[in-house]
Design a protein around this ligand. Structure first.
Ligand code: SF4
Length: 289
């Protein structure tokens, strides 16, 4: 495979074929994110992508999922994305699910009809960073879209029948904005009503803008208990029709896997017990991104 730069994928795509169709992220200015700081955004040439699909056809016959890397493959114009999905379907018929990262701007470039075309060709899941439902936070982290816009675009994906996994970040509002961030994020998640929610706990990445702010004392990173309280408020304000709310990423202090609405009360009670010191939290040295 012709990989360039660092390759990232969601934890649930750990066993997927990783097909790099872009390098970097077309936005690349979120203050907390260091993933693609070293990469320039490019769309890889068709010949290289097709050669990688050919390679996968010979060497990845046991992998039934495929993830399109890097930052936001959905930004590819429809006329370039369709042949890639057609080639995946033709050459890798055992692949049952294609996934991608997506953001509000890349979704806005597609009509619902175009998204349905992608779904029909196998694009079954998109991973979208909401980060926060609070516009003040979204502005301060330079997300590039307001919550109303992110919610609208997330619903557009769902309307096209593409499953959604939404990421929120505990601690991203600092201590001062924590309560509002938790409430507003719960409200936004309720509106989007995705199949999956993944809550990460903020870990500051050197060489990012947020890290610099923290070094200068302009951003106060909430501690484990504060992040847990934030998670509790967020879950309290999140009402999903039928979804999985996970906070079991390596960055989290307390692993949570809740099926909402069924497990809501039990999860809130579990966090209460952790806050009361009855459950050990993951030590700092075992956390990771
Ligand atoms: S968080 Fe996502 S959209 Fe923001 S810079 Fe990182 S990869 Fe790009």
């Amino acid at each position: 495979m012709h990989y360039q730069g660092n390759i990232f994928r969601p934890p649930s795509e750990a066993n997927s074929i990783l097909l790099q169709v872009t390098t970097g992220c077309s936005h690349n200015t979120c203050t907390f994110c260091g993933m693609y700081k070293q990469s320039r955004f490019t769309i890889k040439d068709d010949a290289t992508i097709m050669a990688d699909i050919e390679f996968a056809a010979h060497h990845c016959r046991r992998q039934h999922r495929l993830f399109l890397c890097d930052g936001d493959a959905l930004i590819l114009p429809q006329k370039r994305l369709l042949p890639i999905l057609e080639a995946i379907r033709g050459k890798l018929p055992w692949v049952t699910r294609v996934g991608t990262y997506a953001n509000a701007r890349s979704i806005a470039l597609k009509t619902v009809g175009e998204l349905e075309q992608l779904r029909d060709l196998g694009l079954k899941i998109a991973y979208m960073g909401l980060e926060s439902g609070d516009d003040e936070v979204l502005t301060s982290i330079n997300k590039g879209s307001e919550s109303a816009r992110i919610i609208e675009m997330a619903k557009k994906l769902r309307a096209a029948g593409i499953k959604l996994s939404i990421t929120v970040i505990l601690g991203i509002a600092g201590i001062e904005g924590s309560h509002r961030h938790a409430e507003q994020s719960g409200r936004a998640l309720t509106e989007i009503d995705p199949e999956y929610v993944g809550a990460l706990s903020l870990m500051l990445v050197p060489e990012t803008e947020l890290y610099r702010r923290w070094e200068q004392g302009r951003f106060v990173l909430p501690g484990p208990r504060e992040m847990l309280s934030e998670l509790q408020i967020m879950i309290r304000h999140t009402d999903l029709t039928r979804g999985l709310f996970h906070a079991n990423h390596a960055s989290n202090y307390l692993p949570i896997k809740a099926r909402l609405p069924k497990d809501k009360a039990a999860t809130l009670a579990l966090i209460d017990r952790a806050l009361a010191g009855e459950i050990d939290l993951r030590p700092e040295y075992l956390r990771g991104l």
